[in-house]
Design a protein around this ligand. Sequence first.
Ligand code: FES
Length: 347
Amino acid sequence: MFHPLRVREIERLTDDAVAVTFDVPPELRPAFRHTPGQHIALRRSVDGQEIRRTYSICTPATDEPLLRVGIRLVEDGAFSAYALKELRAGDTVDVMEPAGRFTLEPRPGHFVAIVGGSGITPVLSMAATLLARQPDARFCLIRSDRTAASTMFLEEVADLKDRYPQRFQLVHTLSREEQQAGLPSGRLDEERLRSLLPALLTVESVDGWFLCGPYGLVQGAERALRALKVPRGRIHEEIFHVDNGTATAPAVAAPAHSTVTATLDGRSGNWPVRDGESLLEAVLRNRADAPYACKGGVCGTCRAFLVSGEIRMDRNFALEAEEVDAGYVLACQSHPATEKVELDFDR
Ligand code: FES
């Protein structure tokens, strides 16, 4: 559900990134409480067309939510360009309540994040919340950026290091710059991680791995972890920026006429699915309140339970393997493979 929120502050993080903080009025605070790692969707209208983008919350999870997101300018980014160039304190933006399952609930243990670029945003919230709330927890952050000047949240991360010298470990690699000390420059790819991780920590004793950033980095890190025999259930991923055409499912003949039945907020409806459109698009034509943000298979906002029928998903960068096994699908990526398909967005 969207709420109009006032922008309290816009802070420049780097040449191409800002942090935007929103005021959350007392009556909306319960709705905007987040679990570390979650994101919010922001929406605006451009030339009569609604656009939505999701951004991760970078602040720790507390009872009095301080809602701040990191936004980096992306090429042709209709929302990020607006946020960097036009948005001002005092403006109002429609903000969706926090969502997402790339989360870390504070608990004792050893956790590691491998992030690239703006992938630091949700992980900053995870690390800060965990270290503040769990004296028995440790966190290791392995981050990769192009240059020091392009690194988001440098100060906030340095602050964690000062505050928790025994429990917070930081490895920072720069891909386009020589570093003065520590690791040599270069990309954090699969090969490098396979040798770096065992030298840095006891891989088998890590309770949870959080991979976040561009597609290539997350895939490389996952392959490295699998090669190091890390069980799949301990690896959590969130991908930012997927190129169109990456890893799409093979085309399957679709039935000539199909219908989707969808339950949303306790109300059900049944509608035809037009040739080539996704189940989300079919539902949205009839129910404007159907949940979505990226429409690209990345954010997971459109997750629904497949009650009956079969579907074909183009791509999935949001659902964990267990969620797919349990019957969840991304409506924005799903096309009917049977004449009747039934989805439940409430489960
Ligand atoms: S709307 Fe983002 S995954 Fe479907």
